[in-house]
Design a binder for this molecule. Structure first.
Ligand code: ACM
Ligand code: ZN
Length: 572
């Protein structure tokens, strides 16, 4: 009976013509971020209803199921994906592979009142077409079913400006649970970004299970207290905190990301930012018996007691850069790091492993007999030469396993490892230098890409690391440097937004800090430079903001109103 009824309704609709065929649309219906390369608005709307079917190539099963689930939630109907590799495309929404599309991440989206086609050169392109389709749906569809769910007719041809479009999350300073990491990955996917740089080890916490070295997480994942307030700090909260990801959880996150066309790049920091690893295994330090250097009056009661009782090494409880780094003169350090990498690399299909390399004070190396002996034996110029030796030795190991390293721009000092990719953070200088040396580069200069900076200059801005990076400034970024020839510019793979979490302890605050700056950056690295304009972005972001409202996601409202509350009271 039900079937009979639906056939009747379809027949009636066909005979009367669709009531959605001639609906007029306006620019406000097309608020897609990042802005597509080519978009042609049309009259008419496609109605998603009980009749809607999603079909497509069997190779697009994953993308098809993602879309069917999205449409089911938004329309309140049970919509399923059926693959139709063997027959004609007979769904009302068809997903296809089209080899003629000339970019591996490119897609074509065609919405008409009587059908939708999403074509990509690969599944990644199709996934991005689905993300554009999602942003053409009413914002309310993010939080439940919408009555009469319609999508405006459109022709889109789109592909990204850069191949590397990343977001970093520091889970070392503050630990974030698996569910939130997934939510962060969802945000990355929504912005058509394709890399999640997972900063997993820090002075204040080691966050990944390594089976051969259980103390890394038994000891290194926990601290006995945390500094309160801006450096130099008001006091220590004396609360034990921390956490880590088991290898099973890591696999789950890597798969979750891969299902959303995102590669996860793990960062295992060396030779600096190593206090948590050293607290777990003091032999990694140049001076295993020396107490961890801490900020006076900012150490927890518990750690004070431990140091007094003869446990010199503690997980850092305050922020900054510390002198206790991995000993570069001791072969056991390299055995340890190779063992760690042996467990890390198989968990991540990524071609890249990030090995840090930033902010490594040379104080200990200068007075360590083993480090000095290494410098002498190898005829190295100084401790910078030793840092270069350290990175090159690790690079050789990573390369021997078929992977490449990424390092922060300090890895240029003392000579770049032969196959390294440079992440330029202290401005663009390091990236420009690396590109001139024909090394791949990811641009992430503090001046445009550090989302831990304040978003306004107001005194009631939520506590942050300092600096001032409003969304307009992020949007004004152009990663193409005038200093590079076109050939050299080809080594700039793209850009990344970084979120260091010294002053960001909760998921809500992560959201508030990254949005809308991440939305702005996504457009910088996706949309052709000539197609971008801030006020146009701002109006499209207005629609995206309504989606975030529906999703319960926090974002800074300054973009709309510079008198808006800075969000301090909205988040912890
Ligand atoms: C960095 O911000 N230390 C890479
Ligand atoms: Zn040493």
């Amino acid at each position: 009976m039900n079937k009979l009824l639906s056939i009747l309704v379809v027949f009636l609709l066909m005979s009367c013509g669709s009531p959605y065929k001639d609906v007029k649309n306006t620019a406000a219906d097309y608020g897609i971020v990042p802005k597509p390369k080519e978009l042609l608005m049309k009259d008419g709307r496609f109605l998603v209803d009980f009749n809607t079917k999603v079909t497509g190539d069997a190779s697009l099963q994953k993308e098809g199921e993602y879309l069917a689930q999205m449409l089911s939630l938004a329309s309140g109907n049970d919509i399923e994906f059926t693959s139709n590799n063997s027959g004609p495309s007979d769904g009302s929404i068809v997903l296809k592979i089209d080899e003629a599309i000339n970019n591996g991440e490119g897609y074509r989206l065609s919405v008409n009142y009587d059908g939708i086609v999403i074509a990509g050169k690969t599944g990644k392109g199709v996934f991005y077409g689905i993300q554009s389709l999602r942003q053409l749906m009413p914002p309310g569809s993010e939080s439940g079913s919408v009555e009469k769910l319609t999508i405006p007719d459109v022709e889109i041809k789109d592909s990204p400006r850069y191949v590397y479009r990343g977001m970093m999350l520091d889970v070392g300073r503050h630990f974030f649970p698996v569910d939130f990491v997934k939510k962060y990955i969802d945000l990355i996917a929504m912005h058509k970004m394709n890399r999640f740089h997972w900063h997993l080890t820090e002075d204040q916490g080691w966050r990944i299970e390594i089976k051969k070295y259980p103390k890394l997480t038994e000891v290194g994942a926990w601290r006995n207290g945390t500094i309160v307030g801006l450096l130099p700090g008001e006091r220590n909260d004396n609360k034990r905190s921390g956490g880590f990801y088991t290898q099973e959880e890591v696999k789950e996150i890597v798969k979750y990301a891969a299902d959303r066309s995102i590669t996860v790049i793990p960062e295992i920091e060396m030779p600096g930012h190593a206090s948590a690893a050293i607290a777990a295994y003091p032999f990694l330090s140049c001076f295993p018996k020396e107490p961890t250097v801490v900020r006076e009056n900012m150490i927890s009661e518990k750690s004070k007691e431990l140091q007094k009782e003869g446990t010199p090494k503690i997980v850092q409880e305050s922020w900054g850069v510390y002198p206790d780094v991995f000993c570069a003169g001791n072969d056991e350090t390299f055995d340890f790091l190779e063992d760690v990498l042996d467990e890390v690399m198989p968990l991540f299909p990524s071609k890249y492993i990030h090995i840090g390399g930033d902010e490594c004070p040379k104080d200990n190396w200068k007075r360590c007999p083993k480090c000095q002996a290494r410098i002498k034996k190898l005829g190295l110029k100084d401790e910078h030469g030793l840092q270069s030796y350290f990175i090159q030795r690790i690079e050789k190991y990573v390369n021997s396993k078929g992977k490449n390293i990424i390092g922060w721009d300090e890895i240029l000092e003392g000579g770049l490892a032969p196959n390294a990719t440079v992440m330029s953070w202290r401005g663009e200088k390091g990236g420009i230098e690396a590109a001139k040396q024909h090394h791949d580069v990811i641009m992430t200069p503090t001046t445009y890409c550090y989302f831990d900076y304040g978003q306004s200059e107001r005194k009631d801005e939520p506590l942050n690391i300092g600096g001032y990076l409003p969304v307009e400034k992020v949007y004004s970024y152009n990663p193409d440097s005038k200093e590079l020839t076109p050939e050299q510019a080809g080594f700039i793979l793209g850009g990344q937004g970084n979120l260091w979490t010294e002053y960001i302890a909760t998921p809500d605050k992560v959201e508030l800090m990254v949005l809308p700056r991440m939305s702005a950056l996504s457009e910088v690295i996706w949309t052709p430079q000539a197609e971008r304009e801030f006020n146009d972005f701002k109006s499209r972001f207005g629609r995206l903001a309504q989606r975030f409202d529906a999703m319960g996601i926090h974002y800074s409202k300054y973009i709309f109103d510079d008198k808006a509350a800075p969000g301090k009271d909205e988040v912890k």
